[in-house]
Design a protein. Sequence first.
Length: 432
Amino acid sequence: MTEQVREAVAPGLTTIDKLRMLLDITQKISRSLDLQEVLNQVMDTLDSLIPYDAAGIFVLECVDKDLVPEGEEPCSFKSEAVRGYDIDELSELHLKLGEGFIGHVAMTREPIISPDVTHNPVYVNARDRTRSEMVAPIISNDEVIGVFDLESDQFDAYSKDDLDVLMLLAAQVAIIIEKVMLHDQLIEKKRLEGQLEVARQVQLELLPAGDPELSGYDISAYNFPTEEVSGDYYDWVSIYEDQIAIVIADVSGKGVPAALLMAFLRASLRAATHIGYSTRISMAKVNYLLWESIERNQFVTAFYGILDGPNRTLSYSNAGHSPVLLVEANGEHRYIDRGNVPLGMFRDTRYHEYYLSLEPGDLLVLYTDGVTEANNASGEEFGRERLAEAVKAHSSLSARDLIASLQREVLNWTDGLGAGDDVTFFVIKALK
């Protein structure tokens, strides 16, 4: 602040009085975490420091540029606390960055004192009676987050000393706004964490509690999520004592939306299984239900099969999912890349049904693309061939132990960081 503050601004107040009043305002507003209450307290006491006929605190609000229609600005001002304005005049004021005194100060970060607004080309008339105006930026973390605006019905109402007082108050308001925003962000973070925990618990309930038991087979599956809520899904349903339905899927996206889509997929496929539809009919019906219900940028890749124990036959349909890996008893391996487009992309997609014989000693590995796309420090992917070699190297293990060994291979490949995406394995071993 300059050495002297003009006495005419607030008659009867000395410089010490004003400093004390400024300190009192700061102490009062620092006790509250209610932004609206804080700003109203500032406006109610400001007139004792610097008389005004109209005043306002305008906060700059910006959204992602990609979300703004072409031709519109991503940033605009919201009047958080105002005094002395006509409601109709204020409602018609839609200032953007760079427009008027308020927009100019927000863009240049420099305050303005205009002794006669009628002769200033930057001025935008928001109040007919205004003759002079003073505007100061509210800066937090070196960024303008709003502006402080004072208007008077008198010409040349504000001095440099008044601006010093306003700048000090603006600095305190910036601290309070930042504190309130951080508090709100903390509350929102805790709320989201609570939602994610609920979604995680729901998702865990959706996954099978144990591995299926089918005579002549050793079967196991497991999901390794990268976040609280995974976009991967697997399931199995016992149709008869010697026949089970199996599914592995990868839902687009992550978090709560992916968990909800997973729940929808689970319910739809289980209903189709219990009705007795073939895999291709089940896929077609689920595809249509998804197409009706989800956003156009969402989809699901899925492998759905029915394993017949006595006949050692797997009938299956593949909706854009990673090709399954078959390691035969003699050690030869091949990827079976047959299928159609992912679920939910097109309305009337038709799916084909294929058949695979599993001889004693054969090993079938289903997985999600988080496995093969896991990158090492050099950016090289784990890849299909490395997966096949890892499966063959640990093929003597039980299905459950094989999955654990494959996950360790992925972790070693990524130097312990894990895959950048969710990882799920579904292993079927035809016993000798």
